[in-house]
Write a protein that binds this ligand. Structure first.
Ligand SMILES: [Zn+2]
Length: 91
């Protein structure tokens, strides 16, 4: 996945291996999403990790609760307006 010109490798891992919904590793350039969750939870987790990457790369220094609020607002708007987020999982 290309975020601000950087290529992040997309990984899907079961919950027993990662113990969280999603994870963004800027140094390793990876985004990992929990594969046990439903499609909609995986998509909102993906948006969350994308926002985390943008926050870090642009040095926005957003509080984590703001990142969570942006995740909810973006996911609601995109999904309620028929935007297909599944291509984000092509890596
Ligand atoms: Zn987070």
């Amino acid at each position: 996945m290309n975020i601000l010109g950087m290529n992040y490798e997309l990984l899907l891992l079961p919950y027993r291996k990662m113990k969280k919904e999603g994870e963004m590793d800027y140094l390793a350039q990876t985004i990992t999403i929990c594969s046990d969750n439903s499609k909609s939870i995986q998509e909102t987790s993906m948006l969350h990790e994308i926002i985390e990457a943008i926050d870090l790369m642009l040095e926005l220094k957003l509080d984590h609760d703001k990142i969570c609020q942006l995740e909810v607002g973006l996911y609601q708007t995109l999904s309620a307006n028929g935007v297909d987020l599944s291509p984000l999982f092509r890596g």
